[in-house]
Design a protein around this ligand. Structure first.
Ligand SMILES: C[S@@+](CC[C@H](N)C(=O)[O-])C[C@H]1O[C@@H](n2cnc3c(N)ncnc32)[C@H](O)[C@@H]1O
Length: 244
C-alpha cells in the first residue's frame, strides 16, 4: 500500500490553466495519454530502456509531477526498482497513482504538494529522477535552479531523465506553438471545447527549449553528462538524460 504525505498547498505561482487542466479535469488528460497524442509510448519506452540498462542493482525512483503514474508504472515493470516516490499537487491524480503502482511490488511513497517546495533541500533520496512534461512550465532561470535541486537530491552515480517540449534548432516559442496548433486534425478523439482546453493550457504555460539549451542547463546544473535520448515522431517532444 502507498504511503501518502500531504505537502504545502499548490504553489501560488502555478498558472491557472495548469491547475484547471490537472486538478479539475484529470479525465481529459487521460484521454490525451490513451490516444498517445503526446507520444507517451515512445517517451516511456525510452525510460524503460534506460532503467533496464542499469542492470539488476536495486534503485530508488523519484517521479516528479507523476500525475496518475500509469505510464511510469508500466515503464518500471521488469526493472530492479526498490522504492518509488511520486510527487504531484493533484489529489485526484495521486489517488489514481496509488492504484496504478500497487502491482509494482516495491515500497511506494506519494507526496502531495508543489514540486518547487518538495524537491529543494532533499539529499540522496533517489538514484533515478524522472520528470515527464512538467519542467517546461518554468522559465529558463527557474528551470536551471530547479535542475540544481534535482542534482542535489540524487545519489552519486544517479541520473535525471526528462521528457519535455523541445524546439527545433533556431525555432522560437511561437514557431513551436504553430507546430502544436497544426496537430489539431490528428486529435480526432477531441471535440472543439476539449482541444481548446488543452491548447489553452499549452499556450499559457509551456516554455519549450532547444536541445542545445537543455544540454547547457544540464551542465550548468552540475551534471557531468547530458544526452539527447530521442525526439518523438511529432518532433514536439524529446527525452534527455543527465548523469551526475
Ligand atoms: C502533463 S502532466 C504530466 C504527468 C506525467 N508525468 C506524464 O508524463 O504524463 C503534468 C503533471 O504535473 C503536475 N504539476 C504541474 N505543476 C506542478 C507543480 N508545480 N507541482 C506539482 N505538480 C505539478 C500536474 O498535476 C500533472 O499531474
Amino acid at each position: 500500500m502507498a504511503t501518502r504525505k500531504s505537502g504545502p498547498a499548490a504553489h501560488p505561482a502555478a498558472d491557472a490553466s495548469t491547475v484547471a487542466v490537472f486538478q479539475d479535469t484529470w479525465t481529459l488528460y487521460r484521454k490525451v495519454v490513451e490516444n498517445n497524442y503526446l507520444c507517451h509510448r515512445e517517451a516511456y519506452g525510452a525510460l524503460h530502456d534506460a532503467l533496464t540498462g542499469r542492470g539488476r542493482s536495486p534503485f530508488r525512483f523519484l517521479d516528479i509531477a507523476c500525475g496518475d503514474a500509469t505510464a511510469s508504472a508500466d515503464a518500471l515493470q521488469g526493472t530492479a526498482v526498490a522504492h518509488y516516490r511520486g510527487m504531484d499537487f493533484s489529489t485526484q491524480a495521486l489517488e489514481l497513482a496509488a492504484a496504478a503502482l500497487a502491482g509494482l511490488g516495491c515500497h511506494v511513497v506519494l507526496e502531495e504538494g508543489d514540486f518547487l517546495d518538495l524537491v529543494p533541500n532533499r539529499r540522496d533520496i533517489a538514484d533515478v529522477v524522472w520528470m515527464g512534461l512538467s519542467l517546461h512550465h518554468l522559465q529558463q532561470p527557474d528551470k536551471l535552479a530547479f535542475m540544481r535541486h534535482v542534482r542535489s537530491a540524487l545519489a552519486p552515480g544517479g541520473s535525471f531523465l526528462i521528457y519535455e517540449n523541445s524546439l527545433r534548432p533556431d525555432e522560437d516559442r511561437d514557431g513551436w506553438m504553430r507546430r502544436w496548433d497544426e496537430q489539431r486534425p490528428s486529435w480526432t478523439a477531441f471535440s472543439e471545447p476539449e482541444w481548446d482546453t488543452v491548447t489553452g493550457h499549452v499556450h499559457a504555460a509551456d516554455y519549450p527549449e532547444t536541445t542545445e539549451t537543455w544540454h547547457r542547463l544540464g551542465h550548468e546544473a552540475g551534471f557531468s553528462r547530458a544526452a539527447h535520448v530521442l525526439t518523438t515522431q511529432t518532433e514536439l517532444f524529446s527525452v534527455y538524460r543527465f548523469d551526475t
